[in-house]
Design a protein around this ligand. Structure first.
Ligand SMILES: Nc1ncnc2c1ncn2[C@@H]1O[C@H](COP(=O)(O)OP(=O)(O)OP(=O)(O)O)[C@@H](O)[C@H]1O
Ligand SMILES: [Mg+2]
Length: 326
């Protein structure tokens, strides 16, 4: 059986709608017949459970982080939305620290073994290495931003931090890793201003590491969502951010879609329900459903493509080969 596809939802800035987006896309997928688990990794301001109608989760990710429970299936709880389950985040007063890098990798490996078609991971704000790791190791990293200069600025710093962390983790020798760390500091003395400068320098030290760097850049395809859209100009922001990513980082981001600003979202939060469920006809629900549909269709298409390529690569079965006439 195929494992779940892991989608991380981040955005750098607080309050841009990451939780709203993760909760609703998860609910929309579940309503479309998919088995979905949404995971709240925000250990400071966990609130995904409220967004999907679970007032007081009986267990949470805290059990895993504190190593009281390593079987994630036991931390999964049902929600009022059929097909949608969650792993709740921890409450701040518990003072649970983020797990360290190798524990995060372990958590992600275990998330991949859950019985679901999709695992959506809701990230906290900021560019802490834990947030970046979750964003990077997912099959898809979705960056939510709003049409406000502060959000756009944070989106760029988030992408930049994630991008360089990815490059650094991909390097296998200490010298090139150090170079990537230096390049992260924009005012560095070595004159490494862009990823291209960095690539040139890495290639000079080691062509093999240069190849790894190129692979790592090409494998990084963040997907962008503009939330809280009120005008056509706001919608165009996604294309502008995509162009900047290409021009300054040499990376291909995809503009996945937008969600308009809609009072129904606030009403749904107050009713502790996903808006796609409480207000299915609202504009925001239409756009959120559209994005969920797109993710499902993209996956189906790539599975069909993989199955076709496997079939055409296979030698014909013995029985199908006509026997030569005797
Ligand atoms: N499209 C929208 N239309 C109207 N209100 C919205 C929309 N998206 C989000 N909101 C409101 O914005 C607020 C913040 O949303 P949310 O909690 O999802 O942000 P967040 O990015 O997860 O924040 P944090 O960084 O604190 O985790 C919520 O009150 C939510 O109802
Ligand atoms: Mg949130």
């Amino acid at each position: 059986m195929l494992g779940p596809r892991l989608i991380a939802v981040g955005g750098g800035k607080g309050g841009v709608g990451k939780t709203m987006f993760a909760a609703n896309v998860a609910a929309a997928m579940a309503r479309a017949g998919q088995r979905v688990i949404a995971v709240d990794t925000d250990l400071e301001g966990a609130n995904l459970h409220t967004a999907v109608g679970v007032p007081t989760p009986r267990v949470s990710l805290a059990e895993f982080v504190a190593r009281r429970e390593l079987d994630l299936e036991r931390l999964v709880i049902d929600t009022p939305v059929p097909g949608l389950r969650i792993i709740a985040g921890t409450q701040s007063h518990l003072g649970v620290a983020q797990p360290r890098h190798f524990r995060r990798v372990e958590l992600l490996a275990r998330l991949r073994r859950l019985a679901a078609d999709w695992v959506l991971v809701d990230l906290g704000a900021g560019t802490h290495p834990s947030v970046l790791d979750y964003f990077l190791v997912g099959d898809d990293g979705i960056l939510v931003l709003t049409p406000e200069p502060t959000s756009v600025e944070n989106a760029y710093s988030f992408l930049r931090a994630a991008f360089y962390r990815r490059l650094r983790l991909a390097m296998s020798d200490e010298a090139t890793r150090k170079l990537v760390t230096q390049a992260m500091d924009q005012g560095n003395q070595r004159g490494l201003r862009t990823p291209l400068d960095l690539l040139r320098e890495v290639r000079r030290i080691s062509p093999a590491e240069g190849e790894r760097l190129v692979d790592s850049v090409q494998g990084f395809r963040p997907r962008l969502v503009v939330n809280g859209v009120r005008s056509a100009e706001d919608i165009r922001l996604g294309f502008a951010v995509r162009s900047v990513c290409r021009k300054y980082f040499g990376l291909e981001a995809e503009y996945l879609g937008y969600v308009n600003h809609d009072d129904a979202v606030g009403e749904a939060v107050r009713a502790r329900q996903p808006v796609v469920r409480s207000h299915p006809q609202a504009d925001a629900s239409v756009y959120l459903n559209r994005i969920a549909r797109k993710l499902i269709d993209d996956r189906t298409r790539s599975q069909q493509f993989a199955a076709r390529s496997r079939a055409s690569a296979r030698p014909p079965a013995a029985a199908a080969v006509p026997r030569p006439p005797l």
